[in-house]
Structures are given as C-alpha cells and as structure tokens.
Design a protein around this ligand. Structure first.
Ligand SMILES: [Zn+2]
Length: 276
C-alpha cells in the first residue's frame, strides 16, 4: 500500500507522542496523491510553556529521500525536547515533503525540488510550500534560530558536479547576516565523534572544516536565488538559519545520531549565549 511508509514511520509516531504534556500536533495542510491522503502535521510547544529565550523552528524531509532528518526530529521530540522546554518554544515540521518521503524521491510528486520553490518570484508554489507559508504567516512568530535537516546523497548529484564531489562527512551551513550572532564555529568545535568535511570547497561554496558561512562563503547560485526554505525563513521570520547535511553513505542510525547531536549542540550554545 502506497501510504504505508509515511503512515508507519511518521504519522504513527506522531500519534504515539505523549499527548498529556507539552506538545501539540496541528494539521496545517492536506495532500492527496493517487487516491491517498497525506496529512501535513506540525508539532508545537503548548502555550502553557512560555520560553525563557525564544522560538526555534526545526524542519526535516524537505527533500523526501533524506530520511535521517525526519527520524532525528521524531527521536528529538520524544527523547530530547523536554530538557529544553524551559528555554525554547518549538515549532517543528517533521516531514515537509511526505509524498517524496513515501516514494524516496528528492522532489515532490512532479519531481519539483521543494527547496527551490520558496522564491519570491515563484507565483505558483507547490501545495507543500504553500501550506508552510500559510502556517508560518498565520502564526506570525519570529524565530531566533531555524534548523533545517538535510542529507547529501551520492545518488542525487547536484547538477554540474560529479559524484567524487559529494562530501562523505558531515557539514552544515550557517546563514546569519549579523556576525555577532553567529555560533557555527562553536557548534563545530563541540561536535563529538562526528567526522566533518575538510574539503576547501563544497559545491563551489567555501568550506571551513565542515562549516559554510553565508552570505560570504556563498558561490553557489542556488542560494543567491533565495528560493530555499532557509532563505525564505531568513527573509520573513528568522534571524539565524542552520542547515545540516549528513552523508547518506553512513548507516542510518549514525546519521540520525549526528543530526540529533547537531540540534542539541545548537540549543546548548543558544542557552549559553542568552545567559551572558
Ligand atoms: Zn536536502
């Protein structure tokens, strides 16, 4: 049955998420594909838990085949998030592209890359993107940080690059115009047991030991187009955007662990910064 994977690996886990306490699951859209419904859910901290520091947005599965981020977000909500409840209000989009997740494809049902569909000139965005835009606009919140979890696949080579150019270790992007607010180097120094990519360039962007800093490090035209989810968030709602990339050559559990450690390190550093 087509619906089985998203149902089993995402919706079922959201159903089992402890309802009594701190999290609320909200339907923010519905897709239909080949006669099957794909409800879109986000998970937010309940209003009874006002945060000391601020709102944090976490998203995964924008590229449907990059599954580690989706599993990492679900694990994070179950096991880690309660530790951070005092400090942050969470807005979580666990699986932005459920049809891609179901079919293990990067793009949506039409092969369109959702992470290139948040552009200001995009007049008719796909329903997945439209639903998120509506949801964020209705919430009307600002986020001190947004974290979008991705993966790098040797089977989905970026156009213009060969497979040898695909990083085989972890790396991440930090996008923050205000330099004083950047925390990427500290995150990098805290990652424990996660090999990071040391190539001087990743897809033409300048890489510093596993960290690509935007806008300065940006040579890749994709970001300049402003059509990625993080670029949209920075334009409209967020002060600081991070994008993690685990290599799909690693086994799944290792990728999930790396993603969770990355989110944890980010939150820990945000708490330390706020205490100063
Ligand atoms: Zn991706």
């Amino acid at each position: 049955m087509l619906h089985s994977r998203y149902q089993k690996e995402v919706l079922h886990r959201l159903d089992l998420m402890p309802k009594e306490a701190h999290l609320e699951t909200k339907l923010y859209g519905e897709l239909e594909f080949e006669g099957v419904e794909f409800p879109l859910y986000k998970v937010v901290t309940r209003d009874e838990y006002p945060p000391k520091i601020g709102n944090v947005l976490i998203s995964a599965g924008t590229h449907g085949d990059e599954e580690a981020g989706v599993h990492a977000v679900l694990d994070f909500m179950e096991d880690v998030l309660p530790e951070y409840l005092d400090n942050f209000k969470f807005h979580i989009f666990p699986c932005v592209n459920p049809i891609g997740f179901e079919r293990r494809t990067r793009g949506d049902r039409n092969g369109q890359d959702l992470n290139r569909a948040f552009g200001p000139l995009n007049q008719s965005p796909p329903p997945e993107v439209l639903a998120i835009v509506k949801s964020l606009t209705l919430e009307g919140q600002r986020y001190i940080s947004s974290i979008d979890l991705h993966e790098d696949s040797p089977f989905q080579v970026v156009p213009g690059f060969s497979t040898e150019k695909v990083p085989t270790d972890f790396y991440f992007y930090e996008c923050c115009p205000v330099k004083e607010r950047r925390i990427g180097k500290v995150i990098l120094s805290r990652l424990d047991g996660i090999p990071t990519c040391k190539d001087p360039e990743i897809y033409d962007d300048k890489n510093e030991g596993g960290l690509i800093v935007y806008p300065e490090g940006c040579s890749n035209g994709v970001y300049a187009a402003g059509s990625t989810f993080d670029a949209y968030l920075l334009r409209e709602f967020s002060d600081h955007a991070l994008i993690s990339e685990t290599p799909m050559g690693w086994d799944l559990q290792r990728r999930i662990s790396a993603q969770i450690q990355f989110v944890r390190s980010t939150l820990d550093i945000l708490i330390q910064r706020a205490a100063r």
